[in-house]
Design a protein around this ligand. Sequence first.
Ligand code: AMP
Ligand code: GLY
Length: 421
Amino acid sequence: MNILVIGGGGREHAIIKKLKENKKVTHIWALPGNGGIAEDAECVNIGAKDIDGIESFAKAHTIDFAVVAPDDPLVLGAVDRLEGIGIKCFGPNAAAAEIEGSKIFSKNLMKKYNIPTAEYETFDDMEKALSYVREKEMPIVIKADGLALGKGVIIAQTLTDAENAIRMMMADGAFGKSGSRIVIEEFLTGPEVSVLSFTDSKVVVPMVSSMDHKRALDGDMGLNTGGMGTIAPNPCYTKEIADICMETIFKPTVDAMNKEGRPFKGCLYFGLMLTPKGPKVIEYNCRFGDPETQVVLPLMETDLLETMMAVRDEKLADLEVKFSDGAACCVVHASKGYPGKYDTGFEITHEDMGDAFIYYAGAKTEDKKVLSAGGRVLGVVAKGDTLKKAIEKAYEASGKVHFENAFYRKDIGQKALELSK
Ligand code: AMP
Ligand code: GLY
């Protein structure tokens, strides 16, 4: 089978490696892929947001199945286009991807269907937003409505911070159109859990839970990033909590999307906070998380391609989707300076890593060398029987990966280990 994968980060590398475990897969194209993915797929330089380019490419090739991984092309309707020319796809159509594409849409959905989330108000008028926060207690959370590369959320500790955030989004246009409408919501506390799920709009099958580490530096210090590392499973996510989430969040969300005439098929990502008042939704994503995918898929025992095809054909109920009992850890190696300015173009090398492995994110190939080419350059992943072992192995392997200007957090998974005591 010929497979097309849209995207070019560590998540896509993990998806491609997993798809390749299916013997029927004979060829994979990655659009655009990256220099590291090139070891596993044919990378074609068509950007993930270039929907016309993607459609033309698909028309010119024989493609049996396509996976659209990132948020942008999903929200822009890549799945609608590809399905429109007869190519079966994994991923929601644009109408369903709105669950991530607009925070106002998702907040209103949760309110309408009683799905637990932070209290909020939405604004398209800056003066009204400013008056509102002046009446509220701090901290408070300000979110741009649209996609903002994961940077559209500001936790304001003081009124001045809140006012500045509102002005930055609504007057200065820091996130372009994405910030012209905003959500202001209550600040919640509690451990965070990421739950990726497969859903074909009829049933929802959660994958193993995980924990992201969003801040750049150890001890959850520094700026927010796209994610500096992950572990799975998340020890805070007990069977009891999973059952509550299934009944109060997962099923109601899938039903709500059906009732809105936007059936969701693909990977629905639940970003949850386990608050003293029970689990609440912090955010939905219409796709696999990055770097959550890098720890979740290595633990998946059921064939990924078959699962994705069952989702597409609305036959997920016929399949038993299994995950192993073990654990996994991903340590992201980034370019010094990320998420601010950084230098790239340094050769990436590694020694024998045993059974640990690398998923490349910001990498390119030049003269048969793999060079750093982005903020988050790669993730080193290891599995273990226990979380402790997985973490130890991921760090041991991390010491064997080399490129100039690299840095990585030294404490990925430490909080999870403490919580599991
Ligand atoms: P999001 O992009 O919506 O996932 O938000 C990014 C991060 O901001 C989340 O992972 C949380 O750590 C934090 N966050 C978002 N909303 C809230 C909230 N209402 N209360 C506390 N923290 C939040
Ligand atoms: N790791 C969070 C995300 O993919 O949005």
